[in-house]
Design a binder for this molecule. Structure first.
Ligand code: FAD
Length: 463
């Protein structure tokens, strides 16, 4: 099948006014646009980068949801309450309870909404901090992000919703206290585009060293997994317009990022979810690999060895298509047996063999006596060739952001909505507490992206 190419609209076609302007072309912006368009709003999406899709494009593991038909088809009986409780526990109890409840209660609907639009996530995997298989992904086991962005863009193209790339929003236009449009910059020209409502879908600030330094000076020197456009613009735009911010110092560092080349490559949690273990240079396990990201990161940092190694076999590899890509770009060490692998990766060979044998016993017994791992234990590490990927922690996700309510209204310091302004996705803070669970962000883009599309429509109708 020919590769789908989305044609952006030339900036000369940017009209003077729309019902709704959406800033950002990631999962949140695309979902919100589609939802609002289907309700009847005249929508435009503005994207500052030449490439569409934001960080969403990079997502690899999947999208969490509970009580879905897909889970039942896999004989998984789940509960929204468990999803809520485990996310709250993973977030250190700091998650905004109302936002979290809306999120978990609408997660199955989000999977259905995607399926209703022909976007089927019928595969399942598991991420750290979750007790069961609730991370939905394509049946092909392909990375979720590129798949989701491509499929949403096909629908956006069909709906005729214009996306303008290389168009950066530099200011929110206000009339009195109401947001009534955006100021944009394109090819050194600045102009105002009027809108009855504006949705901030601008993502986080994981690629903005100044903001990271301001809110988390201790993370100086960490690399990032984020795309270069993740610079927190939406947070600054909202703040200038009078919005309150929450949890700005809550920045997630992802434990498993390959960073030995000039680029960083996130090695998705699905690799551990499907059975990989982590070892140190001495070839020993040192943590429950599927503990929360915060805890696994701390354990790797405590090694003081500049990282650790993911170890897996051919069967586990076959469960995660992204590994083919990691291999193609030279990130994966190979060995026909564990001794060869250890030599190739510069790990203690004798210990590695002992560690893997012991781990395989744990898998067989269904009990990890050493580190109390309880998930991702379906496959032992037995089938050669064997593989290793060197990883280390890197800045990955910014939990803090613009304060919103469950209707995606942007709130001021007094907790009142700023008329005409909505926000959803990574730009918004509060949902994840002090640690985002893997798979919850893509879910957030669809759940709260849909909500922003709906609530902005309702607001526009009320004018
Ligand atoms: C490597 C990687 C892997 C991940 N894997 C997963 C996963 O498997 N599961 C999961 O749940 N989450 C995952 N995440 C997190 C998740 O992908 C993101 O948090 C989520 O996609 C953010 O979506 P968004 O729509 O809010 O923002 P984004 O997708 O980042 O989109 C925001 C867009 O807004 C644009 N923009 C910003 N400022 C402006 C401006 N001033 N004017 C115009 N445009 C602007 C940006 O350029 C960007 O394109 C991963 C993240 C990374 C980096």
């Amino acid at each position: 099948m020919p590769k789908f190419v989305f044609n952006t609209t030339d900036a000369s076609q940017l009209a003077d006014s729309y019902d709704l302007v959406i800033i950002g072309s990631g999962g949140t912006g695309l979902t919100a646009a589609l939802q609002a368009h289907e309700l009847g709003s005249k929508v435009a999406i503005l994207e500052k980068m030449p490439k569409l899709g934001g960080n969403t494009n990079r997502a690899s593991s999947g999208m969490n949801a509970a009580e879905t038909q897909v889970q039942l088809d896999h004989q998984i009986v789940d509960s929204m309450d468990d999803f809520y409780d485990e996310t709250l526990k993973g977030g250190g109890g700091l998650n905004n309870p109302a936002m979290l409840r809306y999120f978990t209660d609408h997660s199955a609907l989000a999977i259905d909404w995607l399926a209703h639009h022909g976007i089927n996530l019928t595969g399942l995997t598991i991420t750290g901090g979750m007790s069961t298989y609730r991370t939905h992904r394509p049946a092909s086991k392909a990375p979720i992000g590129g798949f989701l962005v491509t499929e949403l863009l096909k629908l956006i193209a069909k709906a005729g919703i214009p996306i303008f790339s290389d168009v950066k929003v530099t200011e929110l236009a206000k009339t009195g206290d109401t947001v009534t449009g955006v100021v944009v910059s394109h090819a050194n020209e600045t102009r105002t585009v009027n809108a009855k409502a504006v949705i901030l879908a601008t993502g986080g600030f994981g690629a903005n060293p100044e903001m990271l330094l301001k809110y988390r000076p201790d993370l100086k020197g960490y690399k990032t997994t984020n795309q270069p456009g993740a610079t927190g613009d939406g947070i600054k735009l909202a703040e200038q317009a009078g919005a309150a911010l929450v949890d700005m110092d809550q920045v997630q560092v992802h434990p498993t990022v390959q960073q030995d080349t000039p680029h960083t490559f996130l090695i998705g949690e699905a690799v551990r979810g499907e059975g990989a273990i982590l070892v140190n240079k001495a070839g020993e396990r040192f943590t429950n690999e599927l503990d929360t990201r915060k805890n696994v990161t701390a354990k790797i940092d405590d090694l003081y060895e500049g990282g650790a190694y993911l170890i897996f076999d051919s069967k586990i590899r076959a469960q995660v298509k992204a590994i083919d890509f990691y291999d193609a770009v030279g990130l994966v060490k190979h060995g026909d047996n564990l001794a060869d692998l250890a030599k190739e990766a510069n790990i203690n060979a004798e210990n590695l063999q002992t560690t893997v044998a012991r781990w395989n016993e744990c898998v067989k017994a269904g009990s990890d006596v050493d580190w109390h791992r309880t998930t991702g234990m379906d496959l032992a590490i037995v089938q050669g060739p064997f593989f290793a990927i060197h990883i280390a922690p890197a800045v990955h996700y910014t939990m803090g952001g613009v304060k919103i309510d469950t209707q995606t209204h942007v709130l001021d310091q007094a907790g009142h909505p700023l008329a005409g302004l909505f926000a959803a996705g990574e730009v918004a803070g509060g949902l994840h507490g002090n640690n985002r669970i893997g798979g919850n962000s893509i879910a957030e883009t669809v759940i709260y992206g849909r909500q922003a599309g709906q609530q902005s429509y309702k607001y526009i109708k009320s004018l």
